[in-house]
Design a protein around this ligand. Structure first.
Ligand SMILES: O=C(O)CCC(=O)C(=O)O
Ligand SMILES: [Fe+2]
Length: 316
């Protein structure tokens, strides 16, 4: 079994050829890098610069956009407020989440569509503009990857298009302070977990620390590949493909002695997308592995299990 994750060059966007490479990675390990992805490096650099600016703000400023206040899984999640692996102490990371940006009078908000809500923004308009531009670029890249998935699965390339075009996606800035000496035993940057959505597009700085658990249980490093996105399959797409694609456990151990920044784009489908075994993924005569569920119900169930601030019927 390889101890390296595949690196796939998307330049030229040759769909049938790339779909085969991407599909193989999704079936075998559920993790791959993409280069030639078309997201401008300048925008990536600006987004990291904005992340550094935001996480350096006073605690009181960050608290103004706290996830508990903003709601709908948006805003600032403080250090040690989450445990991705509930059997371990809380994660040594802080985060800032952005969802699909809607006008205050958007009908989805009046209608109470799940996961629709207003983003909470710190005062600097450049922060908002940069993050929204980045959100759009990664959503577009993710949409193209879904064309490749469809092609690999024997479906029309646009199969997912209308199911992911008003997504519940979250753009998440992450900051991992250097692992402190007083960390509790077993406390790491991000505990072992699988992601919840369809795919995650992860950009990291040069610090490293992402680890991926191969299907034989062995942990391997996901080294920094400058400019590349780490793409991984989430549980929702695994379920949608009737477990043909695999979501793979991963974690972050920041043993570098330096602070670490990363930017994750979690691509979740539209709230009302029905996640039911895709045509061709169930063997003739067999039953699907999972009952159908809407993408919103599925995501809500997964987030509720991880985040204390959502428990007890709170709207956010
Ligand atoms: O920061 C990273 O490198 C990965 C974070 C991650 O896996 C997550 O937030 O789901
Ligand atoms: Fe993750």
């Amino acid at each position: 079994m390889s101890d390296q994750l595949p690196v796939i060059d998307l330049s030229g966007r040759d769909l049938p050829r790339l779909a085969a490479l991407i599909g193989a990675a999704c079936r075998e390990i559920g993790f791959f890098y993409v280069v030639g992805h078309g997201v401008p490096q300048a925008l990536i650099d600006q987004t990291f610069a904005q992340a550094r600016w935001f996480f350096a703000l006073d605690p009181a400023e960050k608290a103004r956009v706290a996830i508990e206040r903003v709601g709908n899984n948006r805003g600032y999640a403080a250090l040690k407020s989450e445990a991705l692996d509930p059997t371990r102490p809380a994660d040594l990371k802080e985060a800032f989440n952005v969802g699909l940006e809607l006008a205050a009078d958007h009908p989805d908000l009046q209608a109470g569509v799940p996961f629709r809500g207003l983003n909470g923004w710190p005062a600097d308009p450049a922060f908002r503009a940069t993050l929204l531009a980045y959100f759009d670029q990664t959503q577009a890249l993710g949409a193209w990857l879904h064309r490749a998935f469809a092609c690999d699965l024997g479906l029309p390339p646009d199969h997912f298009e209308a199911l992911i075009d008003r997504p519940m996606s979250t753009l998440r800035l992450l900051h991992y302070p250097p692992q402190p000496v007083e960390a509790e035993p077993g406390q790491i940057g991000a505990g072992e977990h699988t992601d919840y959505g369809n795919i995650t597009l992860l950009m990291t700085d040069d610090v490293g620390g992402l680890q991926v658990r191969r299907r034989d249980g062995v942990w391997i490093e996901a080294p920094v590949v400058p400019g590349a996105y780490v793409v991984n399959i989430g549980d929702c797409l695994m379920r949608w493909t009737n477990d043909v694609y695999v979501s793979t456990p991963h974690r972050v151990v920041n043993a570098s002695g330096r602070e670490r920044f990363s930017i994750a784009y979690f691509l979740d489908p539209n709230p009302d997308a029905l996640v039911a075994a895709l045509p061709g993924t169930v063997a003739p005569g067999a039953q699907p592995n999972h009952p159908p569920v809407t993408a919103a119900d599925y995501l809500a169930g997964r987030l509720d299990a991880t985040y204390a601030h959502r428990r007890g019927g709170a709207a956010g």
